[in-house]
Structure formats: structure tokens, C-alpha cells
Design a binder for this molecule. Sequence first.
Ligand SMILES: CC(C)(COP(=O)(O)OP(=O)(O)OC[C@H]1O[C@@H](n2cnc3c(N)ncnc32)[C@H](O)[C@@H]1OP(=O)(O)O)[C@@H](O)C(=O)NCCC(=O)NCCS
Length: 173
Amino acid sequence: MAEITLRPMLEPDLLAYKALRDAMLTGHPEAFTSDAETERQRDLASYRSRLAGGLGGGTLFTLLALDGPRVIGALTCEREPRRKVQHIAHLVGMMVADTHRGRGIGRALLAGAIARLQATAGLAQVTLSVTTGNRAAVGLYESAGFTRYGRLPDAVRLPDGRRLDKDLMLLRL
Ligand SMILES: CC(C)(COP(=O)(O)OP(=O)(O)OC[C@H]1O[C@@H](n2cnc3c(N)ncnc32)[C@H](O)[C@@H]1OP(=O)(O)O)[C@@H](O)C(=O)NCCC(=O)NCCS
């Protein structure tokens, strides 16, 4: 296996990013708020919102994990644009390809994102939401120091009728 590298996502990565994301949304519908069918139909240009400076400056970065040239993991960080809440960042879209799970890549993505956030002036805390019972993700976030500040019941409704809660977590930077 080639060495795993981490780096911010750039425009030429968008096709590979979309392919990974579509596969993850299909394979793990309980883990994500977006649904695979809707997202599969999105055009590539719309994913520019996940590049640094996207969403009108609200996207700080998307960090990619690569195995050689292959995109196998991603994590996006957004920042509140309004002045009174600019000290708060949010992590979204954490994913590691099933072929690469359990090898420390999620941990590396999270550590890389937190280090970047700590180096960003004016940020004080970072939040995320995670489906209650997603043991791999909750375990990962807790081991990085995130704590749960709330739980949203009935947060996500799946086509099969399941209703899932979301744990709301935060880390002071
Ligand atoms: C959650 C996810 C990103 C973790 O990535 P990963 O690369 O497999 O995780 P790592 O190998 O870096 O594991 C880091 C830590 O996470 C926790 N963890 C990972 N897998 C776990 C599992 N199956 N059960 C319990 N804890 C687990 C552990 O604390 C682990 O640390 P350890 O190896 O020292 O015990 C990955 O499993 C994934 O993409 N899952 C599907 C999508 C998803 O759930 N995304 C999160 C949305 S909020």
C-alpha cells in the first residue's frame, strides 16, 4: 500500500471527492444527513462550496486523505460567517472508505483539522453532530476530546421508517 497523505482539497479533486461521498452516502445512510439519491444528481460545480473559501467564505477547508493518488477519506470544516458567532467552527462530512477503516485515517483527518483550526485566529470552539449509536465515530470524537452538549431526538428519518437521534458535540480549541 502506498503511503497515506493528508492535504486540503483542490478543484481537480472534486470528481474523486464526489465519488467517495456518493459511495459513503449509499453505504452508510444512517451516518449522514444528506441522502444518496439527491446528492448523486448534483453537478460537480456545486461541490466547489466544499473548497476553501466556498459558501461565501464559510468553508475553511476540506481535508482529504489519499492512498497514493486515490482519495479515500475527507473531512470538511466550516465557520460561522456572522460576526457574533465567528468564533465557532463546524466539522461536517467525516468519511473514510470502507476499504481503509480502522487504520487511524479518521483519527489523522480529525487531528489535522483540529490543528488547522487551532492555528486560525479568532476561533474558540468547534462543533459537530453524529448519529447516536455510531460507535466508531463517537469513539473517535471522544478520543479527540469532544464532549456531548446535547441530543436532538428524531433528527433524521430514513426511508425504511427508522428515526435516529443525533448527538451534538463540541471541542474548545
Ligand atoms: C467514523 C470513521 C470516519 C472512522 O474512521 P477510521 O479511519 O475507521 O477510524 P480510525 O481508524 O482513525 O479510529 C480512530 C478511533 O475511532 C474509534 N473507532 C474507530 N472504529 C471504531 C469502532 N468500530 N468501534 C468503536 N470505536 C471505533 C476508536 O476510538 C479509534 O481509536 P483506536 O483505534 O485507538 O481504538 C469511519 O468509520 C467512517 O467513515 N464511517 C462511516 C461514515 C461515518 O460514520 N462518518 C461519521 C459521520 S459523523
